[in-house]
Design a protein around this ligand. Structure first.
Ligand code: FES
Length: 169
């Protein structure tokens, strides 16, 4: 809906804005990035722990979901998280792109997972959001705020936000 970014991610294996020749850039972990990549570190440590996150949003970027959004949504949302200070620290919200969930009719699909081994909120774990390509930046900001404050999404948002799920008892 209200996004000004253009679609630049679809054809690149290494992200939307790889490091150019002669450019020096550091990734979010503070490591210098290899030319041609957006985050691959020059000094590779196979045992380096992954960065803490409280919430992980798995945003489908496969064929149908990816085409539903007209921009590089994951990168755009990461910028919003930076503005909000939620890209690092105890309440960090991480965004990763995924392949097809087999739920394309609800595109663009986004699964919310909470790091329940750390400080994630179990009430917001395993929720599925639908038609997120229609979310405005303000809606995303509100969602991020709710998640960072551990407000239960099912109580705070309308039912239309969520993908219904068949439950077996
Ligand atoms: S392409 Fe996203 S669920 Fe199928």
């Amino acid at each position: 809906m209200a996004s000004s970014l253009t679609n630049s991610h679809a054809s690149s294996t290494y992200g939307s804005n790889p490091v150019k020749k002669g450019e020096v850039r550091f990734n979010e972990m503070g490591s210098e990035v290899v030319e041609g990549y957006t985050c691959k570190p020059k000094d590779y440590d196979p045992n380096r722990p992954i960065m803490h996150y409280k919430t992980l949003l798995l945003l489908c970027d496969d064929e149908r979901c990816g085409k539903a959004g007209k921009d590089d949504r994951a990168s755009h949302l990461r910028e919003i998280l930076k503005e909000m200070g939620l890209n690092k620290g105890q309440n960090r919200i991480k965004i990763s792109r995924t392949g097809c969930y087999g739920a394309c009719r609800f595109r663009q699909v986004c699964q919310v997972t909470e790091n329940t081994q750390a400080n994630g909120n179990p009430k917001n774990n395993a929720l599925w959001l639908r038609h997120t390509h229609n979310f405005s930046d303000e809606q995303w900001r509100e969602l991020f705020r709710l998640l960072s404050e551990d407000k239960p999404l099912l109580e705070a948002l309308d039912a239309e936000y969520f993908i219904p799920m068949k439950v077996y008892n």
